[in-house]
Write a protein that binds this ligand. Structure first.
Ligand SMILES: C[S@@+](CC[C@H](N)C(=O)[O-])C[C@H]1O[C@@H](n2cnc3c(N)ncnc32)[C@H](O)[C@@H]1O
Length: 429
């Protein structure tokens, strides 16, 4: 049977949204599974529709509910298909006839007439989407509590997918690569390109002259400065954005990660960029550095970068699934893991060493509260803050009163925003 062109992309999109909303999968995992057999253009379209649905889900639902007499069940297939149809009309500018032709066939045996009726009614009205997406109630409550003054800016930043940021292997070539890539310079060694460009087709990709990395994600490794052959442990390293920064800055890098799949990506990245690190697949909670020749102790690393696993809510612009998947339970689970990893990292630091802790999360439990616990005077092997200075940060960002850094997606809004990160730097106390 010949399928309507464009239908495979919509089927894959529906599968992705199902995996995120029912199974709690990340959008990345759902994408990989649902688009395995699709042409790249169809896979890209499936992801674009799914991302817009997740970004605007509350507003799309409000529009749907405004024209149905009986609200559709929250998990009804017809509701998900309508969300996809409306996102294509209002966000991607697809023509209504194509949306109907590729939307209704997804509802075999389902309420096609009702779905068509709801869509047609809404198409006679102006778009129901404002300038800023409405956040899910739980997220709104959490962030209102944590960042009352910043919440409107964070929500506004969610309206559009982010631009494409690159970190360069050779900082000295910043101006050359900006010209070759038609990019703007965000900082020395960091470029920003308009979104929508195919990464692997860009000049410099094949020879590993750069890698994709949001400007906020580039800050933690920069705070360790130049390595000059000293040793650094990149404790949760894959897929290796920060490992590559550290290698390029002259550190002797040990890159550890528990995920074999992600560590394989890290190794591919090192091969492509011609950089070298010692890689280890291990759970950091079961691992210990090998002992020195005298077999008495490990002398400790000159630096440790702990870019800890987290809820990743700071990446909500590129991963809008976090708005719907992350609840207080996941925050609590990640917080325990981070505290464990911090306890171990502390023990592996040389007496004059530096530890940078980072999370791409907007939840204070994973950021400020972890840092506060690290500098508690009650701790054996406690740490003290090594305050981050304003001149170490790009774009006029300022550290807070404690010498820590908090970024959010509403910052740097003029050139297109940045991910939300918490970053602190410590020394042995
Ligand atoms: C935020 S990501 C790291 C991103 C990476 N630093 C980069 O810049 O590309 C967190 C990583 O922690 C790893 N991870 C999670 N739990 C771990 C554990 N117990 N031990 C070691 N690695 C772990 C995950 O596999 C994931 O790759």
């Amino acid at each position: 049977m010949v399928e309507t062109s464009g239908l495979p992309a919509r089927r894959a999109c529906l599968r992705m949204l199902d995996a995120v909303s029912r199974r709690g999968d990340t959008l990345d995992v759902a994408f990989e599974q649902a688009t395995r057999n699709l042409r790249p253009a169809d896979a890209g379209l499936a992801r674009a529709i799914a991302s817009e649905v997740l970004r605007w889900l509350v507003d799309l639902d409000n529009a749907i509910d405004s024209v149905t007499r009986q609200p559709l069940a929250p998990d009804a297939k017809a509701r998900m298909v309508l969300r996809m149809m409306l996102a294509q009309a209002w966000r991607l500018g697809s023509p209504a006839h194509a949306i109907v032709a590729t939307g209704l066939p997804l509802l075999t045996g389902g309420p096609r007439r009702l779905t068509h009726g709801v869509f047609s009614t809404l198409m006679k009205r102006p778009s129901a989407l404002g300038a800023t997406p409405t956040l899910p109630a739980e997220v709104q409550a959490r962030w209102q509590d944590a960042w009352p003054g910043r919440l409107p800016f964070i929500a506004a930043a969610l309206a559009e997918p982010p631009p494409l940021d690159l970190t360069l292997r050779e900082f000295a070539q910043t101006a050359d690569w900006a010209a070759r890539l038609d990019a703007s310079v965000l900082d020395e060694g960091h470029l920003r390109l308009a979104r929508g460009r195919n990464v692997t087709d860009l000049p410099g990709y094949a020879e590993g002259a750069w890698w994709v990395q949001d400007i906020a994600a580039s800050i933690p490794a920069r705070l360790l400065g130049s390595g000059k052959g000293r040793s650094v442990l990149d404790l949760c390293a894959a897929p290796g954005g920060k490992t590559m920064q550290l290698c390029a800055a002259g550190w002797k890098v040990t890159a550890l990660d528990s995920s074999a799949r992600r560590l394989a990506l890290l190794k591919d990245n090192l091969r492509r960029t011609g950089l070298a690190a010692h890689t280890i697949q291990a759970d950091a909670r079961d691992w210990a550095p090998p002992l020195d020749d005298d077999r008495q102790s490990h002398g400790g690393f000159d630096a440790i970068l702990l870019d800890a696993p987290c809820t990743a809510t700071g990446t909500c612009r590129r991963h809008p699934d976090v708005l719907h998947r992350i609840s207080s339970r996941q925050i609590a689970d990640q917080t325990l893991l981070q505290a464990d990893l911090l306890t171990r990292a502390r023990q592996w630091l040389a007496p004059e060493g530096t530890l940078v802790y980072a999370v791409c999360s907007l939840e204070p439990e994973e950021g400020e509260q972890q840092a506060q616990a690290c500098v508690s005077p009650d701790l054996d092997q406690g740490l003290v803050t090594d305050p981050i200075r304003a001149e170490e940060l790009p774009f006029g960002l300022e550290p807070d009163d404690q010498g820590w850094v908090r970024t959010d997606p509403g910052m740097l809004s003029e050139p297109g925003g940045m991910d939300g990160f918490f970053i602190a730097r410590f020394k042995p106390g």
